[in-house]
Design a binder for this molecule. Sequence first.
Ligand code: HEM
Ligand code: HEM
Length: 138
Amino acid sequence: MYKILQHFHSGWAYLTLTMGVLFFVLVGYYAINKKARNNFISKISFFTTLTFHLQLVIGVVLYFVSPYAKWTENTMKDETNRLYAMEHPLMMFAAVVLITIANSKLKKSEVVKMTPAILGLLALACVVSRIPWDAWLS
Ligand code: HEM
Ligand code: HEM
């Protein structure tokens, strides 16, 4: 069970990052060119939200089964343990909240505004800052 979730969360992270970048670039492009919201950009936004939400749900389950996310009296002193037990979950949660707000803001205006693009960029920054890069890419 743990191995399956770990692999899923690790693989799904590629899609999460890709959708995050696509969301920022495309919504930013629409906003700069003051384009009207169409079916395409709405779908991109919908699937970005879906991707992030699913990653969050799997992450929360992982949090309770992963040996890396265990809390001990040394958690705060140990960089790796602190990353998995606190920094990664908190920052990723913030990213999911930001993307969810970006999606709902996008849905509310007829012409695409800059706000969802900026929220998307902030979400990306949260994700990029607290991915366990070494463990992920090795
Ligand atoms: C703890 C679990 C979850 C919570 C608390 C949650 C919460 C939310 C909230 C508050 C929204 C915003 C709704 C809006 O903008 O009006 C939303 C949107 C969305 N969620 Fe989740 N969600 C969860 C899990 C999931 C899962 C597992 C999926 C799919 C695999 C998912 C897919 C989506 C999608 C696609 C949207 C965008 C809907 C739209 O734009 O019409 N969510 N979710
Ligand atoms: C946008 C959301 C997220 C992204 C992009 C993401 C990405 C990742 C990546 C790339 C890894 C490393 C996987 C590997 O070692 O191959 C990881 C591990 C982990 N993540 Fe997330 N994550 C997200 C959300 C969350 C959340 C919300 C939680 C918990 C509440 C969470 C808990 C964990 C845990 C516990 C691990 C360590 C798993 C293990 O190897 O035992 N993640 N995550």
